[in-house]
Design a protein around this ligand. Sequence first.
Ligand SMILES: Cc1cc2nc3c(=O)[nH]c(=O)nc-3n(C[C@H](O)[C@H](O)[C@H](O)COP(=O)(O)OP(=O)(O)OC[C@H]3O[C@@H](n4cnc5c(N)ncnc54)[C@H](O)[C@@H]3O)c2cc1C
Length: 419
Amino acid sequence: MPKDFLKDAKDHYDVVVIGSGLGGLTSANILARQGYSVLLLEHHYQLGGMATWFKRAGGHIFDISLHGFPIGMIKSCRKYWTQDIADSIVQLKGIRFENPQFSVRTTFDRKDFTQILTDQFKVEPEQIHAFFDKARGMNFYDDQTTTTRQLFEEFFPGRDDVVRLLMEPITYANGSTLEDPAITYGIVFSNFMSKGVYTFEGGTDALVGKMKEEMLRNGVDLRIRTLVEKIEVGPDQKVKAVVVNGRRIGCNAVVSNANLKSTILKLTGEEHFSQDYLNEANNVRLNSSSCQVYMALKPGETFDDSVGDLLFHSEHRGFDIDEPADDGLCEGCLVGEMVKERALGDMRAVDDPLDGRAGVSGPGDGLPFGLLADQAHGERIGGGGRPERLPSWSRSSRIAPEKRSGPKRGPRDSEKRMR
Ligand SMILES: Cc1cc2nc3c(=O)[nH]c(=O)nc-3n(C[C@H](O)[C@H](O)[C@H](O)COP(=O)(O)OP(=O)(O)OC[C@H]3O[C@@H](n4cnc5c(N)ncnc54)[C@H](O)[C@@H]3O)c2cc1C
């Protein structure tokens, strides 16, 4: 008999939340706190969605995402979660850029960037202030015709190096390009520039663990390994139920954390939406934005402080994220995320399974992309025991496959074409 992951679930809830990404978890928690009966259904075997981690033999934890975000997360966590979660957020102060054009170390905030742009890049302070003010004033509902390239041309014409400093981390963070609307850049950049880069002390697994405890305190009915197959809508166009693992569960409302296209086109069905709405939905571009390389150190090895917390590194001599590299090398930015607490505190040994060698991941090798793929299929991956935590190295890049330089990067190259 297969295990019933919906054992003892009720036949009706006020709200069903589909998916336990950060959005689904937060929705479920807020609604339960307001007194609604909430059922949270997650396809995967663990909560968190892309905010995830995986384990390997020996209990080593590989933390996949949530290495850097703006200070606003502290307020959000206090408001929607707990003071304890908010208190676990700490600043990363050693942000570094190393590339053929410049070497910079920064706290990644407006004050420090202004100083660097003035002293090192010799840009006029008025120009810098005007740029920061323009980016700061952007809103999601603003004009979307101006591209990021045009924004940079307006303020820093012909300054490829300045564009690289300003753009590289944001391309890494959200996959946006110079041809995307300037707001996709300006809003994210300004959020970081307000007070720098922050992370969760303890890692994503600790964060999601605390969220789980809080949801249980608030009465959320949490179910993993449960795949929602259908959202049932009545003739009055109101949601009636979901079908999950073959069972129908009634509800008054659904919050879907599954992706927009799946929710509209597959789970609900086109017949329930206007043609205009469907056109908009069909135009949404789903984006995956990074792959990762994991490094492991032999027992006893550590990094010293000079390494920094977050390293943006590229050996490409110029910066053009839209063109494939012309020298056979990979273009894009190699980003090392070295959260100090992880790198210095916990990162000690990986003699098993990597024999102390650096681990490089790629689709199908069972490491990060293996995880993401496995995540979609709800399969369990390795694990057990209390863990050492390893930092990740992420590559955010746009690489034409034919331009890859396999041998230079090793046989298990983790490069991935973006978009
Ligand atoms: C490698 C990587 C690095 C990142 N680094 C950072 C970072 O440094 N800082 C930062 O702020 N963000 C980072 N992010 C982004 C961040 O992790 C995501 O934006 C965030 O976790 C997405 O949350 P979400 O609510 O959109 O849901 P998602 O994470 O997309 O979760 C959706 C959930 O819904 C579930 N689901 C889907 N369909 C169904 C169904 N039919 N039935 C049941 N369940 C279903 C899925 O299994 C999944 O768990 C990173 C992401 C990745 C992949």
